[in-house]
Design a protein around this ligand. Structure first.
Ligand SMILES: Cc1cc2nc3c(=O)[nH]c(=O)nc-3n(C[C@H](O)[C@H](O)[C@H](O)COP(=O)(O)O)c2cc1C
Length: 376
């Protein structure tokens, strides 16, 4: 488990994961353009540090939907953690708990959310709507019973992306691998009170789902709804209108629509469209403390980590995933000091500039440009 940063993980973890499973985890859709762009977008921004600030104490704590987290990095929902380690999501949840952060549990987790919840981390539940509404309702009930604090509706998968590595490898789950949330034998869960949600808008399940599902999910679960996969201002406005509590700017780690915008490129547009009416989070390519700073400076409240957590699991189970989160937290703390910022609220648009875009993008630079013009 000898790694010093998150960018090394991919190659280091590779020998510990079965070849086709590694490709499933590491790969993206089509030509993997978006996969690469998610990383490249971070390198287009530069930081504007301030000095002679007392940075002897740095506080990384923040909140997401009112939940306190010790630093603005959470665990993204990803399927099948047992591909990396037998302890799967139990290990992941323990590492999130150790670092004082939140884990988003995938619909496709190997362990049931009720088991994952016992590991101590606050949880959100990521929901893939199922063709059978009864199964979707069962998933929602289970999440509520397990104490999930929000439902995360993933919207960027109306159809599977064309993941060519998986096609070539004829990738399939190992025989006997269980999806913990979907074992129908455990339907014993008592349905939650329906809270006057009425019948599900049945036409809206499966790949015919439209925005009307959001108020229904909220009424059915009583939980805040987080919409994952927004990368345009237009969809951000719809998320607000339909009552979402938060957005995750995400392109599914480049695994769905290839050539979709890099998430950091999409972030300013989404933040602008939302205008503070809901919380905006981001995932995709976050690997460095400076990446976290750039996302926060452009308006994200927190970021989520996908693949590095899985690689950490492969390298050392709970200890590996804990080390991944610890490295990123320590980098962020160091980078905050180097930038003259002592708390998360200090990280605003004045911290970043994009040499390629000059004054064009951030509200801060826009205001500055206007002031300059006014003086001339
Ligand atoms: C192996 C794997 C499985 C994933 N499974 C899910 C999933 O079940 N639900 C979901 O909403 N997103 C899923 N994602 C997408 C992640 O939540 C996240 O958007 C993405 O991994 C972030 O990019 P990063 O891996 O570069 O950090 C998955 C990603 C990977 C790599």
């Amino acid at each position: 488990m000898n790694f010093t940063n998150l960018l090394e993980l991919d190659e280091l973890a590779r020998p510990y994961i079965e070849t086709a499973a590694y490709d499933f985890i590491a790969g993206g859709a089509d030509d993997e353009l978006t996969l690469g762009e998610n990383r490249a977008a971070f390198s287009r921004w530069r930081l504007r540090p301030r000095y002679l600030v007392n940075v002897s104490k740095v506080d990384l704590a923040t909140t997401v939907l009112g939940q306190q987290i010790s630093f603005p990095v959470m665990v993204a929902p990803s399927a099948y953690h047992q591909l990396a380690h037998p302890d799967g999501e139990l290990a992941t949840a323990r590492s999130a708990a150790a670092l004082g952060t939140l884990m988003v549990v995938s619909t496709e987790s190997n362990y049931a959310i009720s088991e994952i919840a016992k590991q101590g981390a606050p949880l959100w539940f990521q929901l893939y709507l199922q063709e059978d509404p009864a199964i979707s309702e069962m998933l929602i009930d289970r999440a509520v019973h397990a104490g999930a604090k929000a439902l995360v509706l993933t919207i960027d998968l109306p159809e599977m992306g064309k993941r060519e590595r998986d096609i070539r490898n004829s990738f399939d789950l190992p025989a006997g691998m269980i999806l913990g949330n979907q074992t129908l034998s455990d339907r014993a869960v008592i349905p939650i009170a329906k809270q006057d949600a009425g019948d599900p808008p049945t036409k809206l399940w499966g790949n015919t789902v439209t925005w009307e599902i959001i108020p229904w999910l909220h009424a059915r679960s009583g939980l805040p709804i987080v919409v994952k996969g927004v990368i345009t201002g237009e969809d951000a406005v719809l998320a607000v209108q339909y009552g979402a509590a938060a957005i995750i700017v995400s392109n599914h780690g480049g695994r769905q629509l290839d050539s979709a915008l890099a998430t950091l490129d999409a972030l300013p547009e989404v933040v602008d469209a939302v205008g503070g009416r809901l919380e905006v989070l981001l995932d995709g390519g976050v690997r460095r403390g400076t990446d976290v700073l750039k996302a926060l400076a452009l308006g994200a409240r927190a970021v989520l980590l996908g693949r590095p957590i899985i690689y950490g699991l492969a390298l050392g189970g709970e200890a590996g995933a804990t080390r991944v989160l610890t490295i990123l937290r320590d980098e962020l703390e160091r980078d905050m000091m180097l930038c003259g910022r002592t708390k998360v609220a200090d990280v605003d648009a004045s911290l970043v500039m994009n040499p390629g875009l000059r004054f064009a993008l951030t509200p801060y630079h826009h205001r500055r440009a206007c002031r300059c013009r006014a003086r001339n």
